[in-house]
Design a protein around this ligand. Structure first.
Ligand SMILES: [Zn+2]
Length: 85
């Protein structure tokens, strides 16, 4: 069994099962804000987009599985937003 290193950011009692990711336009209109939080099965209930009023052309809201919660290892994805730092 793979060890799950992520605990829920909301209750911190349970292992995280999902990543909630949202990317929206920064308040000053320059650049974007990215938020990502690991949540457990209970805390994911009712979670949805929080910043639709700041949506822009590259807005994104996504829920991804925590790979470890499903017996896999997380492969850090760098597909689309590569090297933005
Ligand atoms: Zn939780």
């Amino acid at each position: 069994m793979v060890e799950n290193p992520f605990s829920c950011e909301s209750c911190s009692d349970n292992d995280a099962v999902f990543w909630v990711y949202e990317r929206y336009e920064a308040a000053d209109g320059v650049g974007a804000v990215e938020e990502e939080a690991p949540l457990c099965r209970e805390c994911i209930e009712g979670v949805g987009p929080n910043h639709l009023e700041k949506a822009y052309a590259n807005y994104e809201f996504r829920i991804d599985p925590v790979a470890e919660a499903f017996g896999m290892s997380t492969v850090r994805r760098s597909d689309e937003d590569s090297r933005e730092e």
